[in-house]
Structure formats: C-alpha cells, structure tokens
Design a protein around this ligand. Sequence first.
Ligand code: CTP
Length: 270
Amino acid sequence: STQRNVTALVSDGVRFLGPVFGEVASGESGMGRMAEPEMIVDALLSAQRAQDFFGRHIVVTAGPTIEDLDPVRFISNRSSGKMGFAIAAMAKARGARVTLIAGPVEIATPLGVDRVHVRSAADMQVALDRVLGNDLKGADAVVMAAAVGDYRPRDVREKKWKKQGDSVAVELVKNPDLLASLGAKRTGSTPMLVGFAVETEKAQLLEYARKKGAEKRVDLMVANLASDAFGADTNRAWFVEQNRHTELPVMTKDALADAILDEIARGIAD
Ligand code: CTP
C-alpha cells in the first residue's frame, strides 16, 4: 500500500528524494535508507533555481596551490577555496555539469560536482589541459578562482633541508600563468574566461584588475580585497571589464557566486 500511495503522489507531481540503498536503522541493508542530507539540500537548491546552465560544462579552479621546498616544507597562500567551491555548487544547482579543480582544502565536494585534486600550479595546468582539451572546447566557461602560486622553488630537495646559518635564500622561478595561457590559446569566444584579482590596496584595485584582465585576455575579472575575501563567508567584489566596472555590495560568497554565474550566463548566451 505504501508503494501504491507513492505512485499516486508521484503522478500528482510530488517528487520523492530517496529512499536510497544502504544500511538502515535495524542494521540491515536494503532499499530504505534516508537520502543523505547533502543530497536533500542539493535537490532543494536546484528545485528553486532556473536550470539556465543545463547542457553547459563549467570548469572552476579553487583554493591555493602548494609549491614544495622539501618533503616537509612548502610555500603556499591563504586562499580558503570557499569562493570557488561556492561557484561550483551554484553552477551545479543551476543545471551545469561542473568540474572543480581544487588545490588542497578541507571542504566537502559539492554533490554531483566532479572534483580533481591538485597540489602545485603545474598539477593544475595538467588537469586544466586534460579537462579542456587542446582546442579548449571542453568547457563553456573557465572560472579561475584558484590562488595559483606565481613562483615555485627552483630546486625541490629530495631530503629534508637542514638548518644552517642565520639566513638562507630560496631561489624562486616563475610558474606559468595558467589563465594567461588559456587567453593566448583561445580562438573565438569559447570558453568564456573569468579571472580573479585580489589586492591589499583599494586605490589601485580596479586599475590592476583591468590591466590583468587585458594582459591575460579574459572576459571578466572579479576584483576583491584580501581583507574582505580571505577565509570569510562574505565578500565585496567589483566586476571589471575593459570599459566598465560594477561595484557589488557585501554579500555571502553563495550570493556572489550566483551574481558571477549571471554574468557568465549572459556571456555564453551570445
Ligand atoms: N593565475 C593563473 N596562473 C598563475 C597566477 C594566477 O592562472 N600562475 C590566475 C588566478 O587564478 C587569478 C588571476 O590569474 O584568476 C590572478 O592574476 P594574478 O596576476 O596572478 O594576480 P596576482 O597574483 O594577485 O598578481 P600580482 O601578484 O602581480 O598582484
């Protein structure tokens, strides 16, 4: 009779989440386990939103990269990964297929998002190449929210570096600029390229963002201040294009993710 009732409700338009297969309260396993709370939240989020990214593939990079010095030490940065993960989750909720290429952060992968774990900038480049393909046509948009390390140590020591003297110098060499190489390689307007610019000085924020956007040939730069952005659940941002900019109010990273996706939806519709 439960199954008859369920069938009647489904034909009335009620959507059921689960039950799913797995261990149940009695200790047995079978079709009767409650759907995971994350799955329920995800389904509710998607149900509320227009599926305007249906059929689209969005690639998001997130978090810091790590450049090893030796087996126990590394150089990295304070990126929490929250912004990139919020964009990935929101793009999924709006119907996209999402690949999230993330440096080492302790954030759960949003349900239904394909996550590629990377460590260094070089790893991230390999992952991007693989996901996008040679012609970069593997995605409709690439959002580079990762704080990619600009430099890496020239030598990565195989054995632990022993302390010596009162000062040491570490020679760093430049990493490839992943976003700039996508901009240089892209022919036409696909994939849409979105970059992030973080600064500590408000006075030059927009100028630097515009310059970075032009040099890397990206469509949209999201500019923000380190003091507003790093580690927080909220952020204040400016959308910077070559000939206009828009200041956004302080908002949660989820709301900012949505606003960024609105820009992307407009950009890839053309
Ligand atoms: N980026 C990248 N590859 C790098 C460095 C940065 O793809 N090697 C991307 C970031 O993901 C981000 C944007 O480029 O989207 C940031 O630009 P960048 O010029 O690196 O900013 P900063 O590092 O803040 O620049 P600077 O140190 O010159 O202020």
